[in-house]
Design a protein around this ligand. Sequence first.
Ligand SMILES: Cc1cc2nc3c(=O)[nH]c(=O)nc-3n(C[C@H](O)[C@H](O)[C@H](O)COP(=O)(O)OP(=O)(O)OC[C@H]3O[C@@H](n4cnc5c(N)ncnc54)[C@H](O)[C@@H]3O)c2cc1C
Length: 458
Amino acid sequence: MRPIDETCYWLAHLPRHEPRPLAGPADHDVAVVGGGLTGLWTALFLKELDPARDVAVVEQGMAAWGASGRNAGMLAETIDHTHGLAIQHFGRAEAARLAVLGEQNARELTDFIRDRDLRCDYEPTGRFMASFTEAHLVEAQRNVDIARSLGIDSHRLLSREEMQAEVHSPLYLGGLEVRGGGIMDPARFTDGLRREAERLGVRVYERTRVDRLVEDGAGVRLDANGTALRARRAVLATSAYTHHLLPRVRHRFIPLYDYIMVSEPLTPAQWEAIGWRGRQGITDGRTFFNYYRPTADGRVLWGTSEATYYRGNRVDESCDHSQRHSDALRASWRRTFPQVADLEWPYAWGGPICSTTRLTPFFGRALGARAWYGLGFTGHGLGSTRLAGRILAHLVLERPSDLLSLSLVTKPPFPYPPEPLRGWAVDAVTRDLRRVDQGQAPSALLRLLEKLGIGFSS
Ligand SMILES: Cc1cc2nc3c(=O)[nH]c(=O)nc-3n(C[C@H](O)[C@H](O)[C@H](O)COP(=O)(O)OP(=O)(O)OC[C@H]3O[C@@H](n4cnc5c(N)ncnc54)[C@H](O)[C@@H]3O)c2cc1C
């Protein structure tokens, strides 16, 4: 099997640097496990709150080799999954607060990219949600109405003609346009945060897998690379891998694999046939939707949210590739853009997503408040991990912040069942959701889950 840094388009094009693994005993004030977006933002906010603080990031692979460097690079302006779901879980006032926070977070994130000159091909394109059916159009209008009711005016319904004028697909009956956010190269972005953290004095240990995290007097000890790193506090920014170090958290989340392909560069005539001059990130209105965007060098990235749960909460390299998903992705591309059906797709890969029943992150502590964690970003983590890093930094340093009163910080999500029930439940819900996407009415199981606001999705 080819390694992820060859099959993932972003990682294959990421300039290489020499890793500096943990090679002997070390001491730091705060040790952050995980060199993805959550871990690196946490390190950066720790430095912002206290520049003298001695912070280390410990990453088993290289920075950006988890979901952070493998994702579609579509930055949304939201923290919640949908504003409607946020109202259902947290109430209208808090949903409004989250919506404003989401827009502010995306703005600050892109300011950071500009101010620090992080070269990650960011383009402020906004996004579309394409409607394939009348039901999708009704849902799109509902999204506009809900956003307006929360004071958000960035959503607009597009007619068939307006949508077709932007992007030419025979499947589009209309769509939803959302201003804010855009597209970027996520691996360069994450690696840019790594460089920025190192510039501020954060010690980043790559190729350093933490095997165990235990209490050590008033602090913690991380066993890694046959040696030990001691710290006063630890942060687990390990997303879908968190159960490897902290098994008791696994009932609060589910690790899912999403899959993506990237094409050869399209010719000018092929681009002309699709349109898409605004280069927006696009999803569609189905439960298991495709997500897609152009790359800076004129390719198409084409992904699917029909995620796979591997029994026993498996998260390792054996899940990085799926022929079944590649075949389904090729077929869905041909259906959506038949005018350029015959594209070659030299890059195909998967990555682990950490989902919760409420489809928003959660936070907690372990080892007698010596360790903190924040995870569950679903498929929106490119933006929301920044807010999580800010929250985690305040929690670890015990600094006050308005953010700590958010329900997603104070309340854990409804738990998932344990195995073997977990695997059966995922299979049953997946089967029923596929039927809805084929036009059937939601099953009794789906209606019950919807009433409870419980999701099984990436
Ligand atoms: C295919 C795919 C497409 C996506 N598309 C989008 C998108 O377009 N927009 C969007 O907003 N979000 C998207 N996401 C979601 C987004 O990528 C994630 O929510 C986000 O990257 C999570 O960041 P993280 O730092 O918490 O996790 P990760 O990036 O997974 O980082 C966790 C890190 O911890 C390390 N680690 C784990 N265990 C250990 C250990 N024991 N010792 C040392 N290190 C360890 C891992 O190697 C990993 O690097 C997508 C995700 C995937 C997989």
